[in-house]
Design a protein around this ligand. Sequence first.
Ligand code: 6GU
Length: 230
Amino acid sequence: MRIDIITVLPGLLQGPFDHSMLKRARDRGLLEVVVHDLREYSTDTRHRQVDDYAYGGGAGMVMMIEPIDRILKVLRSQRQYDEVIYMSPDGLLLNQPLANRLSLTKNLVMLCGHYKGVDERVREHLVTMEVSIGDYVLSGGELAAAVLTDAIGRLLPGVLNDETSALSDSFQDNLLAPPVYTRPVDYNGWLVPPVLLTGDHGKIDHWRMDQSRLRTQQRRPELLQNNPDE
Ligand code: 6GU
């Protein structure tokens, strides 16, 4: 899978994909992440301007359509994109079903918004969907694109060590994950639940399922109301 990220702050996206899961995905050739500096597509070669004042006035700059159209034309001439995603707090709220769906695609573009956002014509004519990572405002779409890339990248077959492990994630079946423990068995008198030490995997699976349901009921009861398949 390939993800192209378009940003005015490429430095913000230098680190996040070079560690852990995403690094493994890239090292194994399962995921290619390419970060593009939008300023390189500015028509203004001297100041590399990519934003301008809003028509009608008001505070805040607006990202211009032309540099965005130019880079998208270049990218689209090289491959077919499944989605061109504008990262925006107005977008479709990211959840596990959406991450699952996007992980099945081959080529994605993520366009990171900044300032007051992009010229509305970009949203009308150039992007195919808008995604938000939650109901709060970030100063730009970069960290949201990193979150979305991580959520997608870890689902690619061959990325996780234990192939079944993504399926047992919290939310994968609309249940939170059960508690987990490791050594020591007794720390300050805080004990590991004895069932986990029995070696009886039928009993352990049953306990974990009960804990998942209990935890979901206590913390996120609304998840139990929803249908697992989107
Ligand atoms: Cl995708 N962008 C920005 N700027 N803020 C957000 C967001 C995205 N998702 C949640 N808040």
